[in-house]
Design a protein around this ligand. Sequence first.
Ligand code: DGL
Length: 271
Amino acid sequence: MSQTVPTIRPDAPVLVFDSGVGGLTVLDALRRILPEAPVIYAADNAGLPYGEKSEAEIAARVAGLLGRMTERFQPRLACIACNTASTIALGMVRDVLHIPIVGTVPAVKPAAAATKTGVIGLIGTGATIRQAYVDRLEAEFAQGKTLLRLAAPGLVAAAEAKLRGRTPDPAVIAGVLAEFRAMPGGDRIDTLVLACTHFPLLAEELGEAFGPDVALVDGAEGIARRIATLTGGQEFLRTGPDIALFTRAEQGLASLEPALAARALSRIEVL
Ligand code: DGL
């Protein structure tokens, strides 16, 4: 019996989804390896920040929005470029959508391989750091090491502000460092996992605060490579501008235009 393999339209986009601008760090990595892929970058700005919401609320929002977006844009693949959404809703989204779904999980594995002191810092949203998913990553990859987790919601707002052209508040960055230093073993951190896609947008500021002896690790390159693998052999054809899609019209969207245009997202739409 012959099986029909669904054909992928060459103009079918890759959908990259986050609560805000954080997923642009994944898009940056994707652009470097797959510049020809048409992309829809979707930000649930009406739901931002996810990190302060309950698991049930995040799961319902993410599954509902991805369902609507998939129906409307028929993407070839969706990437949940958000650690909070992925660690909570990845399984559920995979169950309901019939396209490949790539998630974003805290880069504990490479951090554990890289640390020399054996002490790893992990910053994410409050919702991410309490997930059993992170417990499992720790048990699987960081046995015998110390993983110090810290919720850093202020960094989400700082990254959103930075992409709108405002200077991030140095006190927020300094506060993260101070909180780690106050933890037992915190002064021995040599590897810092950026477990929120917003945080690589602050790599410069975090790098300055933590100093040259602390390596910052995030998962963007690995995620982009996974997307490239899953779409390997497919044709790509861009027939129009790549879209930045938001779930709510707001004044601040205009100030994001330069950052979006720099990533070849030249059309802004509201769902
Ligand atoms: N970018 C999201 C993440 O990777 C979180 C931001 C938020 O709190 O909505 O976890």
